[in-house]
Design a protein around this ligand. Structure first.
Ligand code: ARG
Length: 453
C-alpha cells in the first residue's frame, strides 16, 4: 500500500509491532460505512468516474457480506482493518479499488471509524443502563415501605426505606446516562475529508458525508480532526464514573449478603459455590463488578497517558487508543448486565432489615426533633436530653422505644407519652417527608416522576 519508496519489505518484528488488525477488526462495519459514504461523495462531486464508484460500492457490499459471515482473513502484513478492506476490494474489482483512497488518509479514516464505533457503544450502554434503571425502579416500588437501617460511617444512623436506598442508584444512573448523552453530542462531528492532516485540494462535500454517517456536521480543523481523541477519553471518563457507581452497589450487595448482615440472598443464578466448602454461596458477580471498576480506571489512565505528550497531528502511538476503549466497553457492558440481573433477582430479608434498623438507637434524632417540635426545646438542648435517653437505654439494654415513660420523664419533665408515636422505625421514615426525604410517600412520588420523565 505504501511500498513505492522502499527497496525492501519490513522485518517480521516491524510487521508485528505495526499490526493492529488483531483488535481493530472490531471497526469493520464502521470502516465499510465510512468508505461507502466517502465513495458516494467522490462520485457525486465528479472526483471519481461513476462507473468506478459503482464498482467500488458493489465491492464494498460484497465485503460486508463476507465479513458478516465471518470471512475476514487476518494478515499482519496488511496492518489494519483499513488495509484489509482496500486489499480485498482490489481483489474483487481490480484497479478501480485504488480510487477509493482519493482525498482520504487512514488518519481521517480511523478517526471517523472510531467515532462511529464509540457512538454505537454509547447507544448500547445507554440501553443497558435503561434496563438497569427499570430493574431498580421495580424493586424500589416493591419496597417503598420496607424499612432498613440507613448508615453513615457504616454505623446505623437513621431508618430509611429500601425503596429510597435503591432510588439513590437510579439518580446516579440518570446522571451517568446524561453524561454519556453529553459526550455523544460533542463527539458527533465527522473528521472524514481532513485527509492526512492538512485537508485536500479535491472539491469535497464534507457536509454530505457527515450527514450520510449520522453526524451533526463535519469537524472544523483538519489538524484537530486527525489528532483529537477527546471523544474516546470522554467516553472512558463516563465509563469510569458508571463503573464506580456499579461498584458501590456491588459492595453493598456483598456486605448485605454476608452472614452478619443477612439482608439479602443472592439467587443461584448469580452465586457461585466453593470447591472445598460445600455450604458456600459467594457473591462473585458483585465482586467482579467491583473489581472491573478498577480495570476501567486503568483503561482511562492508559489512554490519558498515551495522548498527553503527543504533538499534532497524528502519531502511531494513537493506534493504541483502541484496546483500552474496547476493553472498557466490554467490561462495563458485562457489569451492567450482571448488576441488572442481580437487582432483578435478589431476595431481601425485610424482617431482618427492619430489626437491624431498630438497633443502634436509630430514632434518637426523632426524639430530639419531637422535643423541639412539641416541647419547644432548642435543638442543642434536645440533642443533649436525647443523649441521656440513649445512655439510659444502653444501660437498660433495650431500644429507645422500649424505655418506660418514668425513665424518660426523669430525664426531662417535658416528655410525655406522645413521644412513643415517633420512636418506631415506621413512624420515623413516614415523618421524613421533606423534599428528597425517605418517606414511603416520597419514594412513590419519585418513582412516578422518574417513570414519567
Ligand atoms: N491503524 C492506524 C491507527 O489505528 C490507522 C492510521 C494509520 N495512519 C498512518 N499514517 N500510519 O491509528
Amino acid at each position: 500500500m505504501w511500498g513505492g519508496r522502499f527497496g525492501a519489505g519490513p522485518s517480521a518484528v516491524m510487521r508485528d509491532i505495526n499490526a493492529s488488525i488483531g483488535f481493530d477488526k472490531r471497526l469493520w462495519q464502521q470502516d465499510l460505512a465510512g468508505s461507502k459514504a466517502h465513495a458516494a461523495m467522490l462520485g457525486r462531486q465528479g472526483i471519481v468516474a461513476t462507473a468506478d464508484i459503482e464498482a467500488i460500492l458493489a465491492g464494498l457490499e460484497q465485503i460486508e457480506a463476507e465479513y458478516a459471515a465471518g470471512g475476514l482473513v487476518e494478515d499482519a502484513a496488511l496492518e489494519d482493518i483499513h488495509m484489509h478492506v482496500e486489499t480485498r476490494l482490489a481483489e474483487l474489482i481490480g484497479p478501480a479499488a485504488g480510487r477509493l483512497h482519493t482525498a482520504r488518509s487512514r488518519n481521517d479514516q480511523v478517526a471517523t471509524d472510531f467515532r462511529l464505533w464509540v457512538r454505537d457503544a454509547v447507544d448500547a450502554i445507554d440501553a443497558g443502563l435503561g434496563a438497569f434503571e427499570a430493574a431498580l425502579l421495580a424493586r424500589a416500588e416493591e419496597h417503598a415501605d420496607s424499612v432498613m437501617p440507613g448508615f453513615t460511617h457504616l454505623q446505623v444512623a437513621q431508618p430509611v426505606t429500601l425503596g429510597h436506598h435503591l432510588l439513590a442508584y437510579v439518580e446516579m444512573t440518570r446522571r451517568d446516562r446524561s453524561r454519556f448523552a453529553d459526550a455523544r453530542a460533542r463527539m458527533n462531528e465527522c473528521p472524514l475529508g481532513s485527509a492526512a492532516l492538512a485537508g485536500t485540494s479535491f472539491p469535497l462535500d464534507r457536509a454530505s458525508v457527515a450527514s450520510a454517517l449520522g453526524f451533526d456536521r463535519p469537524t472544523a480543523n483538519s489538524l484537530d480532526s486527525v489528532s483529537d481523541r477527546d471523544f474516546a477519553l470522554e467516553f472512558l471518563s463516563c465509563v469510569v464514573m458508571t463503573g464506580l457507581h456499579l461498584s458501590r452497589l456491588a459492595e453493598e450487595i456483598i456486605i448485605w449478603a454476608s452472614q452478619m448482615f443477612g439482608f439479602v440472598k443472592l439467587p443461584d443464578a448469580f452465586s457461585t459455590g466453593s470447591s472445598i466448602m460445600p455450604q458456600k454461596r459467594n457473591p462473585d458477580a458483585a465482586e467482579l463488578v467491583r473489581g472491573h471498576s478498577g480495570r476501567l480506571l486503568g483503561c482511562l489512565t492508559a489512554l490519558n497517558v498515551t495522548m498527553k505528550g503527543l504533538p499534532l497531528a497524528y502519531s502511531k502511538d494513537m493506534q493504541d487508543d483502541k484496546p483500552p476503549v474496547f476493553e472498557a466497553y466490554d467490561l462495563l457492558a458485562l457489569s451492567i448486565a450482571a448488576m441488572t440481573g442481580m437487582v432483578e433477582t435478589l431476595s431481601f430479608d425485610t424482617a431482618r432489615m427492619r430489626a437491624a434498623a431498630a438497633q443502634g438507637y436509630s430514632t434518637a434524632t426523632d426524639l430530639a426533633d419531637w422535643l423541639v417540635r412539641v416541647a419547644d426545646v432548642p435543638f442543642r438542648e434536645a440533642h443533649h436530653i436525647t443523649g441521656r435517653a440513649v445512655k439510659a437505654a444502653e444501660t437498660a439494654g433495650c431500644l429507645l422505644a422500649d424505655l418506660p415513660l418514668e425513665t424518660l420523664v426523669a430525664i426531662d419533665a417535658r416528655i410525655d407519652k406522645r413521644v412513643y408515636e415517633v420512636l418506631s422505625v415506621e413512624a420515623s421514615v413516614a415523618s421524613r417527608t421533606s423534599l428528597g426525604g425517605t418517606a414511603p410517600a416520597n419514594v412513590r412520588a419519585r418513582i412516578a416522576a422518574l417513570r414519567g420523565a
